[in-house]
Design a protein around this ligand. Structure first.
Ligand code: NAD
Ligand code: MG
Length: 399
């Protein structure tokens, strides 16, 4: 049995992963799980899977859970804080796998801890790469850790690349593999057709109602602004060692194709499937094999007709900001990510309007000029400075 640790176990990706694991109880042992503060979500996981240890970042929630477990005579060890989450990240050991699905920058320390311990990392937490892509892959190479993408577009690109590229992720030679372009597709979110002047009136409830995917509130808002595609652009750059000019963003509202790779001879490889995260999760967990993920087969006779279009940067200024930050480097992408997290949080709690998300991020990127950002300390310092600047920018706009 292969050991697996699931970080972000109570979230949307966490639940989809547990569903895949339920179908393969003889192949995987859930040895550890971590979440933020969802005591009851974690309690249900412990009762069902009996992991050796769990961590709740929030200390009060961790205490609450350990009291309930003691009352039920369950021996699972309950840890807390970032250190506890990092202990869960390394629990599976070198032959195991850690699936990183904590949302936002909070997921970086534990994902890096797994990499530094030579563990295979199935990575959903794209923010970790946006902040630390260079460092992340240098550490993965130094410690012989394999990184497998879980984000659906990156899983699609991975599957469309030859095995030499899959085996050298982070350092692959796209040119040698004959690749001419990576086509990163995105649905365009719920406001693809909304008149531009109506964007100012968009509410958090509308923004989190994604037309195709069912996801957590932060990534759903990022999908509406297409900051998600911007973060994925940066993620793709690091995962596939791709220069910015080789990555093209395409809007494809039906989300039938999950991304594509164009080759120099004119061939284009596309990965097609239902919009269900259990497919990329299973791809990472069972790699290089394939296994049942509980996903219905794709029915071509019922597939919608497919459209493709270039993104309009007036509608999606966040995408443009992310692509500019990508060109500038890790200091700018860390600042972009931090400013976006603060701005999305302020939007979801009703403090700023929808267009303010892009303007807060833009203000922070033009004021913050971090120098060299490579080590974890430098990254965290750039992250803190950008958050501070973003909070001020939010205050200036607060309704
Ligand atoms: P979510 O909000 O549904 O779940 C987030 C999880 O992280 C929860 O379990 C929460 O308790 C945990 N968490 C939050 N802060 C924490 C902390 N400080 N320490 C430990 N755990 C903490 O989010 P999601 O939609 O599942 O997304 C998770 C990650 O996967 C994000 O980075 C997202 O971009 C990425 N992703 C999600 C999808 C999707 O379909 N949901 C697709 C691709 C990539
Ligand atoms: Mg994605």
């Amino acid at each position: 049995m292969r050991k697996i640790s699931l970080l972000g176990a109570t979230g949307s990706i966490g639940r989809s992963t547990l569903d895949v694991l339920r179908r393969h109880k003889d192949e995987f042992e859930l040895c550890a799980a971590a979440c933020g503060s969802d005591t009851h979500g974690m309690l249900a996981i412990v009762r069902e899977f009996r992991p050796k240890m769990v961590a709740l970042y929030n200390q009060k929630s961790a205490l609450e859970l350990s009291k309930i477990l003691a009352g039920e005579g369950i021996k699972t060890e309950v840890l807390s804080s970032e250190q506890g989450v990092c202990e869960c990240a390394i629990a599976p050991g070198k032959d195991g796998i850690t699936l990183c699905a904590i949302v936002g920058s909070a997921g970086l320390p534990s994902a890096l801890a797994a990499v530094k311990n030579g563990i295979t990392v199935a990575l959903a937490n794209k923010e970790a790469l946006v902040m630390s892509g260079r460092l992340f892959f240098d550490e993965a190479r130094a410690h012989n850790s394999r990184v497998l993408p879980v984000d659906s577009e990156h899983s699609a690109i991975f599957q469309c690349l030859p095995s030499e590229c899959q085996d050298t992720i982070g350092f692959c030679d796209l040119n040698k593999a004959g690749v001419s372009q990576i086509l990163l597709t995105g649905s365009g979110g719920p406001f693809l057709k909304l008149p531009l002047e109506d964007l100012a009136k968009v509410t958090p409830k509308q923004a989190v109602s994604h037309p195709v995917w069912s996801m957590g509130p932060k990534i759903s808002t990022d999908s509406a602004t297409m900051m998600n595609k911007g973060l994925e652009f940066i993620e793709a750059r690091y995962l596939f060692n791709a220069p910015d000019h080789m990555i093209k963003v395409l809007i494809h509202p039906q989300s039938v194709i999950h991304s594509m790779v164009s080759y120099k001879d004119g061939a284009v490889m596309a990965q097609i499937g239902r919009p269900d995260m259990r497919t990329p999760i299973a791809r990472a967990l069972f790699y290089p094999d394939r296994a049942d993920a509980g996903v219905e087969p794709f029915d071509f006779t019922r597939a919608p007709s497919m459209q493709f279009m270039d993104p309009d940067f007036k509608r999606y200024p966040c995408l443009k900001l992310a692509m500019q930050a990508s060109l500038e480097g890790q200091g700018a992408t860390t600042a972009l990510n931090a400013a976006n997290e603060v701005a999305v949080d302020a939007f979801l709690s009703g403090r700023i309007g929808y267009p303010d998300i892009a303007s807060v991020v833009s203000d922070v990127l033009s004021s913050e000029r971090p120098g060299t950002v490579y080590t974890l300390d430098e990254i965290m310092q750039a992250d803190r400075a950008a958050r501070e600047a973003a909070r001020k920018a939010v205050e200036e706009r607060a309704c």
